[in-house]
Design a protein around this ligand. Structure first.
Ligand code: FES
Length: 157
């Protein structure tokens, strides 16, 4: 996890605004890149983006807090998102959730002290016929069982 100083954020935002352009329609791709690079979008980064795009910081904050894949807080190296939508729920999401909590020693919504893991629920990820499903960063895992989850977590620990 990178904890950027303000100069690094200023030059990164400047670079991204040059890359995407000044229009407010470029807000989301700029935010996605900041999220990818730093692991979260700090208050300062939101203010800097707002300043560069000439929009109100509240608008930037509204977008960051609307999308679950954007975050105002530092996340773990591995962000685990378990689908909580109905098909996965019926397919056994609760048992998977309990297994994840036990294996990671975390509750949903928490990040481990060493910033290795964040555990979250998410909405449907389009794998409804193969639930329960989860994402670890950008990788999709389907047809989960408690033993499969234990194996997946062991492999990345
Ligand atoms: S309901 Fe879980 S992936 Fe669609």
């Amino acid at each position: 996890m990178i904890y950027p100083d303000k100069n690094v954020i200023v030059s990164e935002v400047e670079h991204l605004v040059e890359k995407y352009g000044f229009g407010r329609e470029n807000l989301l791709p700029i935010l996605q890149e900041v999220q990818r690079k730093f692991g979260f979008i700090s208050d300062f980064a939101m203010q800097e983006i707002a300043h560069r795009l000439d929009i109100h910081p509240v608008e930037v904050y509204g977008v960051v807090t609307f999308y679950s894949f954007l975050s105002t807080e530092p996340k773990g190296k591995y962000v685990i998102r378990l689908c909580k939508t109905i098909s996965c729920d019926i397919a056994g999401k609760d048992a998977i959730a309990r297994t994840l909590e036990r294996e990671l020693g975390l509750k949903f919504g928490e990040t481990s002290a060493d910033r290795k893991f964040s555990l979250e629920f998410c909405h449907c990820i389009g794998m409804c016929d193969q639930g329960p499903a989860m994402l670890i960063n950008d990788q999709v895992f389907t047809k989960l069982t408690p033993s499969k989850v234990i194996e997946i977590i062991e492999n990345i620990k």
